[in-house]
Design a protein around this ligand. Structure first.
Ligand code: ATP
Ligand code: MG
Length: 312
């Protein structure tokens, strides 16, 4: 399958891009790289993370954003959406009585009950994110693109299904209305794409297949699959055999063979992923940066940009 150039171009035209996948596959890294890319191309971008302690600003080389929107660099804002603060914001927006809302929400017993109500945290988290996706500044949208560094697989599915599940359970009224517009926005393929992040390893690839199926089953629009951390082959076949058959070269050969085996695995798992998914697969290499920080994110972002077609 050729590199999905149009797929990535089209992706950036959406209003909401969600990234999810197994824990530790690189969701935050790819979100940060995409955010940097879109901002560089002139889009006003909001990168949201969910209760993740400001991982995105750190990856982008900026101070923590916290639960309020912070501008990390020109065109790029970030926010760590935390349930308690999001709940307070939602209540204030609906009730227009900030002092009373604060008094109720700051009450310890009330906080306990709020935590105990199923889905309430998800409702306000998703509500805040999608509110910003629809927010307007005068004639135009406040943000062109809202990126969501979503939680890992199961939690992300629960979060994304909230409008459907809660919408079906609540009586007509303000909450039901909110669930309706949130669902319409999330399920509209012209505005939203749910993207999977994976690694070229057995378990992440299996989980990607399961997640793709689950998302399809609930009717959420899919975008692309980012295959992150693809190990490169460093040597041509037979090249290592030219090392002298004596120490220390025997040890060097054993160590390098181990790395080449990892690259073999990456190649075969990448093939398995491409055969098993209907989504365009966008590969990103494993970067040997230690520590893995803002310079690595900039490189990932430039690599993604290289996969775009004609500049917008
Ligand atoms: N392309 C890459 N090359 C090398 N290392 C990478 C790459 N992408 C991510 N990493 C490293 O992998 C680890 C996990 O990355 P990241 O935090 O982006 O994953 P995540 O899916 O957001 O994790 P979590 O599920 O914990 O939120 C990090 O330590 C990061 O440094
Ligand atoms: Mg993360």
């Amino acid at each position: 399958m050729p590199e999905p150039i149009e797929a990535l171009d089209r992706l950036l035209d959406r209003r909401v891009l969600v990234l999810t996948g197994k824990g530790g596959v690189g969701k935050s890294s790819v979100t940060a790289a995409l955010a940097a890319l879109a901002a560089r191309r002139g889009k006003r971008v909001l990168a949201c993370e969910v209760n993740a302690n400001d991982r995105l600003p750190a990856l982008l080389g900026a101070p923590p954003a916290g639960p309020s929107l912070a501008e990390l660099r020109p065109n790029l804002w970030s926010v760590d959406v935390r349930p308690h603060e999001a709940m307070l914001e939602y209540a204030q927006m609906k009730l227009h009585l900030p002092a009373i809302v604060r008094a109720v929400f700051e009450n310890r017993l009330m906080r306990y009950f709020l935590r105990a109500i199923p889905s309430l945290a998800e409702v306000v988290i998703l509500g805040k994110i999608l509110f910003h996706a629809r927010e307007r500044e005068g004639e135009r949208p406040r943000f062109d693109l809202v990126l969501v560094d979503a939680p890992a697989t199961g939690h992300a599915l629960a979060l994304l299904r909230v409008p459907e599940v809660v919408g079906a359970a609540v009586p007509p009224g303000a909450l039901a209305d909110d669930m309706r517009w949130m669902r319409a926005l999330l399920e509209d393929p012209a505005q939203t794409a749910i993207n999977l992040v994976s690694l070229p390893e057995e378990m992440p690839v299996n989980e990607t297949f399961q997640l793709e199926r689950a998302l399809r089953d609930v009717g959420l629009p899919l975008g692309v699959c980012f295959l992150n951390g693809v190990w490169p082959h460093r040597f041509a076949p037979g090249e290592l055999d030219q090392l002298p058959p004596r120490p220390p070269w025997t040890e060097v050969r054993a160590a390098v063979s181990h790395l080449e085996a990892r690259a073999d695995l990456a190649l075969s798992e990448a093939g398995r992923l491409r055969r098993g998914t209907d989504l365009p697969v966008i590969e990103l290499p494993y970067l040997f940066d230690a520590p893995f920080g803002p310079p690595a994110i900039e490189r990932l972002s430039l690599l993604l940009e290289g996969k775009l077609g004609v500049a917008a």
